[in-house]
Ligand binder design. Structure first.
Ligand code: SF4
Length: 394
């Protein structure tokens, strides 16, 4: 008896077409209700799929073009080098298709390293996560408010949030950007944008991760699907094994995750090994959070519950960390110049000037003046009701 063989390539192609078809349907059903669309692009795999796919769908006439399509690249200045390279290259290709990419960046005083090294705010943690809002969500929100004012009507924001088929069927949207495979920020864009000025749609919500890679590595680079250089994104995620490695992307050395998974993967590729000094960032962020490098309230004049809370970085800690980060940048760029590879810019000249200015005016976060003791000084324990428990070892 003749057994029928399954052609896995045909099956995969069919599923891919189904995923694309569902995206088309959602854009036809919801997208056409809005004249003005915008897309939040972080340079990661999901939002890069979204951006290139939507452009191809419009250019190929599969969906009608909105009156305007704004592409906002959320630039944290902390992206992994190959992802930044991919964004620069794909941005040029998007322009060739007739659309412009606008970088959306936090004001200088709120940028990651300026906020830490200039103002003295400690690196973010799971208990004090100031970064996603400051670096990604608020700047994007502001840009969309401007767009809304310019267009005079509600905007449709497309995000690259993706949950796979089963979750999409259930209508579940779980917005975690700390788990593997996620892109920090996408979930926040999906849920945090002001309803009055924009609605959000996740047209690739149902896409499986294998289809994302299929699109980026094999479809989008073809001239008939847009001719995008999306295959370089795979480099940052582990090349041919990107799918299995399922790395999360976000800022280099993100203090909120235990491992620098995407950087570790990248460093296994000889081409990117000159970036090895970036591994030093995470320990520097950890060091900065140590009590000896931060001020602490004595609790004697404080109201509220946490009377003896830990606070900002000492000036010496800021300067020490600054010098270490500049050294990382210089060492990488010496190798980059020799190897003719892309340079890394962790702190640019404008940011350095800003940080030094903050030091020169003795800047401290609100509520701190720099006279507080450091966190390693032994002091009496003061409870929230004002009770003092003397330190017996003092
Ligand atoms: S990647 Fe990490 S450091 Fe960057 S915004 Fe997200 S949580 Fe914050």
């Amino acid at each position: 008896m003749k057994t029928e063989q399954i052609n896995i390539f045909a099956t995969s192609r069919m599923q891919m077409n189904e995923s694309i078809e569902l995206t088309i349907q959602s854009l036809l059903a919801y997208g056409t209700r809005y004249d003005h669309w915008c897309m939040a692009w972080s340079g990661g795999k999901d939002s890069s799929t979204l951006v290139t796919l939507v452009i191809w769908l419009i250019k190929s006439g599969k969906i009608p073009a909105p009156k305007s399509l704004s592409i906002f690249y959320s630039d944290t200045r902390q992206e992994l080098t190959p992802l930044q390279l991919a964004v620069d290259t794909i941005s040029e290709e998007i322009e060739e298709h007739g659309y412009r990419v606008h970088a959306v960046m936090a004001p200088i005083e709120k940028r990651f390293l300026c906020y830490i090294l200039g103002r003295g705010v400690p690196p973010p943690s799971n208990r004090f996560r100031w970064c996603t809002g400051a670096l990604k969500v608020y700047p994007m929100e502001e840009r969309i408010i401007e767009l809304h004012a310019e267009k005079g009507e509600k905007i449709l924001m497309l995000t690259g949030v993706r949950q796979g088929e089963s979750a999409a069927r259930d209508g579940r949207i779980i917005q975690s950007c700390s788990k593997d495979g996620a892109e920090c920020g996408q979930g926040w864009f999906q849920t945090s944008m002001p309803d009055a000025i924009c609605d959000t749609l996740a047209p690739i919500l149902h896409w499986r991760v294998c289809h994302v890679w299929e699109w980026l590595k094999h479809w989008a680079p073809l001239p008939e699907y847009g001719d995008f250089s999306t295959e370089i994104i795979a480099d940052a995620y582990g090349g041919d094994e990107a799918e299995e490695k399922n790395a999360r992307t976000g800022c280099i050395g993100c203090p909120l995750v235990d491992k620098d998974q995407s950087l570790d993967i990248l460093l296994t590729n000889p081409k990117w090994q000159y970036l090895q000094p970036l591994k030093e960032l995470k320990p520097i962020y950890r060091w900065m959070r140590e009590p000896a490098n931060r001020l602490r309230k004595t609790g004697l004049d404080e109201g509220g519950k946490n009377k003896q809370r830990m606070g900002p970085l000492t000036m010496i800690a800021r300067e020490t960390a600054f010098n270490q980060i500049i050294s990382i940048q210089e060492r990488i760029n010496e190798s980059a110049s020799r190897l003719k590879m892309p340079l890394v810019c962790l702190i640019n000249a404008e940011e350095e000037a800003h940080i030094r200015h903050c030091w020169s005016i003795n800047q401290w976060p609100d509520g701190w003046d720099g006279d507080e003791p450091t966190g390693d000084v032994i002091m009496d324990k003061i409870y929230s009701d004002g009770t003092i428990f003397p330190d017996l070892f003092k």
